[in-house]
Design a protein around this ligand. Structure first.
Ligand code: LLP
Length: 414
């Protein structure tokens, strides 16, 4: 296990979190290297001999050390910007194992991706297809393309992270996909290599994932009758994790479901998990500054805030919050755990029964995905430090930001 308690004290692998706080301060993101490897291996092993590529969704956690760890395990990457491509390259990842998703790829980004030779563009509209075709043609290249098809299934997740419905901005409508494939097959700057879908994130119900997979495979069969063959099928990401009491589909069950759906199909399978690889491999460590008694509730004011972990404020997301050291003899009180940011929405958790004192360390669990990656400098707060624990060694993988970092690039006008 990445995080566990010994004698009531929370450890990451063999290091007590108190030692990390003493050395690096708070707030700090802590990742367990063993847990990252374990999660990746669960998916990888489940595929057995079947041709596959796991493309880690960089947006979930773009830390160079984490990307490097996945690259070493043979991972590919799912990116949505030129910046993410540059991160993949800087971390030692391969462009040839990288798929480029997203509805708004700019000309500069398309050129960058073609120059580095990415595995494919996951194309989200006919307009984007034309743009990629023209750019590739002008560069005397052929762009590898997979169309992101919108299978129109309800992912049954939070509306902000559901992407597979007709009303969503993502993908090409299922009904129009065949025609667009036919059109693309005649374009001189385009080489069709795959089909892609992604219906949403934090999916816990396997039914919509299976339904989307069936619809995509059906479309691949229709293309086959039209004489269009593809090298790979990309089922996207979205596999949920346990934040509280969810019981999401396991990596094993998920991969077995995909293999069963594939049946006699021999195309390589791509998947784009983000959260499932890193979510539970990371926590945010913070310290209680004050315990404040309001008129009708108590507040535990900590030194981490919505700018460090935005998910509770943005999606009302639940993260378990635990003291690093379990005290005896301190009464349990119900607290809203909040940060110092000047917004009512700045909370990390509400109505949490905790037995804590000012100065205590607390951890916000399951913070490895969409934590640091969505952090900001709101309220001129320097971003947190990040460390990676490997057994009994703790590596600093990103220093805490300084005031100089905050004002870098700013100019005062005469
Ligand atoms: N592939 C594509 C095309 C995506 O858009 C995403 C996530 C993924 C893969 C990875 O999804 P995952 O396996 O991590 O669920 N900020 C939100 C999540 C937004 C997800 C956006 N797309 C959150 O904190 O819950």
């Amino acid at each position: 296990m990445g995080f566990q308690r010994t004698n009531g004290e929370l450890y990451c692998e063999s290091i007590p979190l108190t030692a990390i706080a003493a050395k690096y301060g708070t707030p700090t993101y802590i990742y367990s290297r063993t847990e990252l490897i374990k999660q990746f291996s669960k998916f990888d092993k489940a595929f057995k001999e079947n041709p596959h590529l796991i493309c880690f969704a960089v947006k979930a956690n773009p830390s160079l050390a984490i990307l490097n760890q996945f690259a070493r395990l043979g991972s590919g990457f799912d990116i949505v910007s030129g910046g993410e491509l540059q991160r993949v390259l800087a971390s030692g990842g391969q462009a040839g194992k990288t798929v480029f998703s997203g509805v708004g790829k700019t000309e500069t980004e398309i050129r960058l991706a073609l120059t580095h030779g990415i595995l494919c563009f996951n194309v989200e509209s006919s307009e984007e297809l034309s743009r990629i075709n023209a750019i590739a043609f002008s560069m005397q290249k052929t762009a590898p393309v997979s169309l992101r098809v919108n299978p129109d299934v309800d992912a049954k997740t939070h509306p902000h992270i559901s992407t597979g419905l007709k009303s969503s901005k993502f993908g090409v409508p299922w009904k129009e996909a065949v025609n667009l494939y036919k059109e693309a097959s005649g374009m001189r700057g385009i080489r069709l290599v795959g089909m892609d879908c992604h219906i949403g994130s934090q999916l816990t119900d396997p039914a919509p994932i299976a339904e989307a997979a069936s619809r995509i495979i059906k479309l691949v069969d229709i293309l086959h009758t039209e004489g269009i063959e593809l090298d790979h099928i990309d089922f996207g990401g979205g596999i949920g994790i346990r934040y509280g009491n969810e019981s999401p589909v396991t990596p094993d069950e998920y991969v077995h479901m995909l293999l069963a759906k594939m049946g006699r199909h021999t195309q390589k399978i791509l998947i784009e998990p983000g959260r499932a690889l890193v979510g539970n491999a990371g926590v945010l460590l913070a310290r209680i500054e004050y315990l404040k008694k309001g008129e009708d509730r108590r507040f535990a004011i900590i030194d981490a805030a919505m700018n460090d972990l935005m998910r509770p404020a943005l999606y009302d997301a639940w993260h378990t919050i635990e003291p690093v050291i379990m005290h005896r003899g301190i009464p349990v009180e119900e607290y809203d755990v909040v940060g110092p940011v000047c917004e009512t929405g700045d909370f990390l958790g509400k109505n949490r029964p905790l037995s804590v004192r000012p100065g205590d360390l607390v951890t916000i669990l399951s913070a490895g995905a969409y934590g640091m990656s969505m952090s900001s400098n709101y309220n001129s707060r320097p971003r947190a430090a990040e460390v990676m624990v490997d057994g009994d060694v703790c590596h600093l993988i990103r220093s805490r930001e300084t005031f100089d970092d905050l004002i870098r690039g700013e100019l005062i006008v005469e």
